[in-house]
Write a protein of this length. Structure first.
Length: 463
């Protein structure tokens, strides 16, 4: 029986558990994606690093495990998240070994990055600076700054809130603590920051964090000077409640590309029964908007997956219009709507003919909100039905949405303003319908095009 919930054009391992993207690097013209992986089952456990490679950012090939815990070593309880850097021509992974949380290096041998050697000096950071009490000490993000290396760690100060700790090193081995790059208040941005990413973009600096216990990724944009980051704008990387612990890389074209872990929205038992858990988001190209907010768009390379297409419009929109003739569990849809007098727009996906199952994406124009209603996403008791919503404020009269539907994954890009990614697990094989409506007035569908999407696996097709 094919697995109806298993995505076909989003990356995931052949089986078992995956969480954070790690060690993203463009090396010798190929994209390498590593990820937190439990090779023993579809649950979070003793973490290893899985590995895959792509020449075009679209099609992926699975490679052998890159890192496994070394018995008796500083990572004996797990190889947790980290990054990859070019260490004077040697590809090098910088990651957290546990427990306790310490920072380690592994160097790659050969151009294909199949063999990794853990550095004899591990751990290169053996713990927090003496006297500093922290809520976490992990997930290094490393970059080159002038003649030295810089590193931030995800952390937090008890009773205060999350923080990113800044270090420097002349040689990647000896590290000096410089103080917190930035810290937050627990009431707003959680008690501990996981997976910090710090990078320049469009003349500013960006810090992305995954704050505990908020369960979402947030960004701040602002200025970096004198070892401090001063944010002036902030927001959610994605408002759908699924994307977490994203990692950003620079590719050879100078783009900043982001991948995030799309968490499951079903029970552990359902994951174990399926034999897999965790999906990677589509690669997203980051840009900075004039107001300092972060914008993410799917990488243009994904257009090579487009196959048969269907078009609708232009046509008036009032009440519901079914969108027929497409495979309703694997497509990309792009539409532009002139809002007219409508108070909102609703798009339904994965709808069964009688409406027993359906998922709604709703733009509430009066409230400036985009929301996802999963209350009837699945007849299964294992489906998470939590609704998610976030700020989405459209300046003019027109909206353009791009929706990527791939079995249990839905990614919605609302203009260049907001991303909403969610997970749904319809039970009925006929839950394939799509429908569109203008709410409380009349709008105009200016154009709508949808494409069937090809799978990303060439040589191997995991069932
Ligand atoms: N996942 C890793 C940690 C990180 C967390 C462990 C975030 O390094 O803080 O699997 O999902």
């Amino acid at each position: 029986m094919p697995d109806a919930h298993r995505p076909r054009y989003h990356f995931l391992p052949p089986c078992h558990w995956m969480n954070d993207p790690n060690g993203l690097i463009h090396w010798q013209g190929r994209y390498h994606l590593f990820y937190q992986h439990n090779p023993f089952g579809a649950w979070w456990g003793k973490m290893h690093w899985g590995h895959a490679v792509s020449a075009d950012l679209v099609h992926w090939q699975h490679l052998p495990l890159a890192l496994a815990p070394t018995p008796g070593g500083p990572d004996q309880e797990g190889c947790w998240s980290g990054c990859a850097v070019d260490w004077a021509g040697t590809p090098t992974l910088v990651y957290t070994g546990v427990r306790p949380e310490v920072q380690c290096l592994a160097t790659g041998e050969g151009d294909d990055l199949l063999i990794w050697h853990k550095h004899p000096r591990n751990p290169v950071i053996a713990g927090p600076p003496p006297g500093l009490e922290v809520t976490g000490f992990r997930d290094p993000c490393v970059w080159r700054e002038g003649q030295e290396w810089r590193l931030v760690l995800g952390s937090g100060f008890p009773g205060q809130g999350g923080a990113a700790l800044l270090y420097r090193s002349p040689n990647l081995l000896d590290w000096e603590y410089l103080g917190p790059l930035c810290e937050g208040e627990a009431s707003r941005t959680g008690y501990n920051w996981e997976c910090p990413n710090f990078f320049s973009l469009g003349g500013r600096h960006v810090l992305i964090i995954s704050p505990q216990p908020l369960g979402k990724a947030m960004y701040m944009t602002g200025d970096y000077a004198a070892n401090r980051f001063a944010p002036s704008a902030e927001g959610d990387v994605d408002i759908g409640g699924s994307l977490y612990a994203p990692q950003v890389m620079a590719d050879a074209r100078g783009r900043r590309l982001l991948w995030g872990w799309l968490r499951e929205g079903r029970s552990r038992e359902a994951c174990e029964e399926a034999g897999w858990a965790g999906v990677m988001s589509l690669p997203r190209v980051l840009t900075l908007l004039p107001d300092g907010c972060l914008s993410a768009q799917p990488a243009p390379e994904l257009q090579t997956l487009r196959r048969r297409s269907v078009r609708w419009g232009p046509r008036p929109l009032a009440g519901w219009v079914p969108l027929e003739g497409l495979p309703g569990d694997g497509l990309e849809l792009r539409m532009t709507i002139a809002l007219g007098s409508a108070e909102g727009i609703a798009l339904i996906v994965r709808r069964s003919p009688g409406g027993e199952e359906e998922t709604r994406f709703i733009y509430d124009r009066n409230a400036d909100i985009l929301r996802c209603d999963r209350s009837r996403a699945s007849l299964s008791p294992h489906q998470d039905r939590t609704p998610y919503e976030g700020h989405y404020s459209v300046a003019g009269d027109r909206i353009t949405w791009r929706l990527f539907l791939d079995a249990s994954v839905v990614e919605l890009y609302a203009d260049s303003l907001t991303c909403l990614t969610t997970r749904i697990y319809p039970e009925r094989p006929d839950s394939l319908g799509l429908a569109l409506a203008a709410i409380g007035g009349e709008a105009r569908l200016e154009s709508l095009e949808a494409w069937e999407m090809a799978p990303i696996w060439r040589a191997e097709t995991p069932s």
